[in-house]
Design a protein around this ligand. Structure first.
Ligand SMILES: [Zn+2]
Length: 310
C-alpha cells in the first residue's frame, strides 16, 4: 500500500514551497502536482523538475514502466473523462457521502494509486508527496484501495492569496508561451472559502488532515517540518534538517512532474514570507476579500484588520 502525503489547499497558498522542503527529508519523494501529469507530461511532454522533458527523465520513465508497462499504455482521454465525471468541486458532497465510491471514482483513483506505488518503488521512498492541491481529488483519493492517505492542508491569508491571483506569472515549462491563470479578488475569495472548507469536511470523514498556516511555516520551518515528518510517520533526526540555513534552504534537483515554477529551483531558495499584498493590494479589494472570507479567516486565527489599516 502506497503511503501518500497529499498537499492540499487553494492555489498560491505555498504548497510548492512546503513540497520542496518536504522533498529534502529522508524517506520522502516529492512528485509535484500529479493531477496535471496526464495532460502536461504524458501528452504534452512538458519539463520535469530536473529540467529534462518528461519523456527524457529517467525517473519518470521507470515509474511509467512499472505502473503501466510504459506511459503509452495510459488512455489519457479515459483519465480526462473520469476526471470530468468525478473530480469537480460540485461533486464533493457526493464524494463525502457514504455512497461516494462509485465505479468511476475507484477507477480514477486507481490511476493515481498506480503512480504512487511505482514512484515509491523506483525512488525507494517510504512516503510519496502529491501536491495536487485540489480538494475534490483528495476526496476521490479517500476511496482509493491501495493508498494510505494523509493530507497536509496548507492555508494562507486569503488576502495574500487573492493578491497573488491578480498577478501575471509565466510558465517556464512551456518556454514562456503560456501564462498561469488569473482570478479577480472576488472569485479568489469564493474559491478560497470553498477549497478550504472542503478540507475541513475531509477531516470530518476520518481522513488524517494536518492544517498548517503558510505564515507560521515560514516563521519556523524547522519546527514545522519536524511536525509534518511526525505526521507522515517518518520522525526526523537533527541532521535531517541540515539543508535549512538562516533565511534559506539548499535544494537538490527533484522530479516534480508539474506545478508552480518554484519546482525548478535548485540550490538556494529564500525562505521569506511573501507579504507584498499588505502594501500593494488595493484597500477596497482587501476589504472585499476579508469580508467574504471572514468566518474562515477567523477560524484559522488570522486577524481581520491588518496593521496598515489600524
Ligand atoms: Zn525528472
Amino acid at each position: 500500500m502506497a503511503q501518500v502525503l497529499f498537499l492540499g489547499g487553494f492555489g498560491r497558498s505555498g504548497t510548492t514551497l512546503v513540497e520542496r522542503l518536504l522533498g529534502e527529508l529522508p524517506g520522502m519523494c516529492a512528485l509535484g502536482e500529479v493531477v496535471h501529469l496526464w495532460q502536461r507530461d504524458i501528452r504534452d511532454d512538458e519539463r520535469c523538475g530536473c529540467g529534462a522533458r518528461f519523456s527524457g527523465c529517467r525517473f519518470w520513465r521507470q515509474v511509467g514502466d512499472r505502473a503501466f508497462n510504459g506511459w503509452s499504455n495510459v488512455d489519457v482521454d479515459r483519465v480526462h473523462r473520469l476526471r470530468d465525471a468525478v473530480e469537480r468541486t460540485r461533486h464533493i458532497p457526493r464524494l463525502a457521502s457514504a455512497t461516494g465510491a462509485t465505479h468511476e471514482v475507484r477507477e480514477y483513483a486507481s490511476y493515481f494509486a498506480q503512480v504512487y506505488t511505482a514512484a515509491a518503488e523506483v525512488s525507494g521512498a517510504r512516503v510519496v508527496i502529491d501536491s495536487s492541491k485540489h480538494s475534490a481529488l483528495a476526496h476521490v483519493l479517500r476511496w482509493a484501495d491501495d493508498v494510505d492517505l494523509r493530507v497536509v492542508h496548507v492555508v494562507r491569508d486569503a488576502r495574500g492569496v487573492a493578491y497573488s491571483w491578480t498577478k501575471t506569472v509565466s510558465r517556464p515549462e512551456t518556454d514562456g508561451v503560456d501564462e498561469m491563470t488569473r482570478y479577480s479578488p472576488g472569485r479568489s475569495a469564493m474559491l478560497w472559502n470553498a477549497h478550504n472548507a472542503a478540507f475541513g469536511l475531509l477531516a470530518r470523514r476520518g481522513v488524517p488532515v494536518r492544517r498548517i498556516r503558510y505564515e507560521e511555516f515560514l516563521a519556523d520551518p524547522r519546527a514545522a517540518l519536524t511536525g509534518l515528518a511526525d505526521f507522515a510517520g517518518l520522525p526526523l533526526t537533527p541532521d535531517d534538517l541540515d539543508f535549512l540555513r538562516a533565511g534559506h534552504a539548499d535544494l537538490r534537483p527533484g522530479h516534480s512532474a508539474a506545478g508552480n515554477p518554484m519546482r525548478f529551483t535548485v540550490g538556494r531558495l529564500a525562505l521569506r514570507r511573501d507579504d507584498a499584498w499588505v502594501r500593494a493590494f488595493p484597500r477596497s479589494q482587501r476589504r472585499l476579500v476579508g469580508a467574504v472570507c471572514g468566518p474562515l479567516l477567523r477560524a484559522y486565527g488570522y486577524p481581520i484588520t491588518i496593521a496598515s489599516e489600524a
